[in-house]
Ligand binder design. Structure first.
Ligand SMILES: C[S@@+](CC[C@H](N)C(=O)[O-])C[C@H]1O[C@@H](n2cnc3c(N)ncnc32)[C@H](O)[C@@H]1O
Length: 263
């Protein structure tokens, strides 16, 4: 499995710990198995800068956004699904078709560990041409789609992020929704996250892209932001965020953006 795919075990480990809390924001009963020892080692290695609470908040924000959109679309595509188990743990409408995109080795490892998922795995490299593989798997661009791209965009170059967002928009019938997250430019050089960022780079999965203008970037790629929150704000706090939320007009601040957008 590629280095960047190992990060999927890390996020699964964070979800396992959240799931085991009495006041859990969600229950992912498969997360501990999918994380494996590697996931928990990475959770220690990448600790600091609020990463574990952020993953819990992000998961819950996206669970809520996904469930709001699920009854309005006909197909769901997890873009870089990793070890996410929403296919099994969320109450989907019966007639929804679900696709999971990721690197081939990750999808093979996941299939070994997780049986009975109703999704169609589609092995791709999202930094190259990938839309043909999704269409070959049965995806229909004439039907409204919910796209979920969680914990992905910071691993891609700006050029790849723009190309990916444009491809998603081009495949989106009216009514399609994108739920995703991005980081600010300052997050890539956050002094409080230096050891986390260095560890990711050393492990071969560096953060490559962040922007202070997610709304502008999305608009230029065909997406209109409907909802955008930073962890700690109402609707993205859930009693997990101990850090101040700095007003948006303050420049050069490390930030994470959770958002829902429409074509
Ligand atoms: C941090 S994990 C997030 C996984 C999952 N969405 C989650 O939130 O747990 C990042 C995922 O992006 C995938 N990924 C990164 N670059 C990719 C690429 N070029 N093509 C396909 N998948 C990629 C990795 O394999 C990994 O599963």
């Amino acid at each position: 499995m590629e280095a960047v795919s190992q990060t999927a075990r890390w996020t699964a480990a964070a979800r396992a710990l959240e799931s085991e809390r009495e006041d859990a924001l969600f229950t992912d009963e498969h997360a501990r198995k999918l994380a494996g020892d590697t996931g928990f080692e990475l959770l220690k290695r990448y600790a600091g800068a609020g990463t574990a609470p952020f993953i819990a908040i992000r998961t819950r924000y996206m669970d809520d956004a996904i469930m709001r959109a699920a009854s309005t679309v006909r197909q769901v595509v997890f873009v870089a699904a990793g070890m996410d188990t929403r296919v099994l743990r969320l109450p989907w409408p019966d007639d929804l078709v679900i696709y999971e995109l990721d690197r081939p080795a990750l999808l093979d490892a996941k299939a070994e560990l997780l049986r009975g998922a109703r999704s169609k795995p589609v092995p791709v490299d999202l930094a190259e041409e990938w839309t043909g593989a999704l269409c070959d798997a049965g995806f229909r661009k004439d039907l409204p789609t919910l796209w979920v791209a969680e914990g992905l965009l910071f691993f891609l170059t700006e050029e790849c992020v723009r190309a990916l967002l444009r491809d998603l928009a081009a495949l989106s019938a009216p009514g399609s929704v994108l739920v995703s997250d991005m980081t600010s430019a300052a997050s890539l050089k956050n002094p409080f996250a230096r050891s986390f960022l260095r560890a990711l780079s050393e492990d071969g999965a560096p953060w490559r892209f962040g922007t202070d203008d997610p709304e502008g970037l999305l608009l230029s790629c065909g997406w209109q932001v409907e909802d955008l929150r930073e962890p700690g704000q109402e609707g993205a706090n859930f009693g997990r965020w101990d850090y101040p939320v700095v007003p948006r007009e303050v420049p050069d601040v490390p930030r994470s953006f959770l958002f829902t957008a429409r074509v």
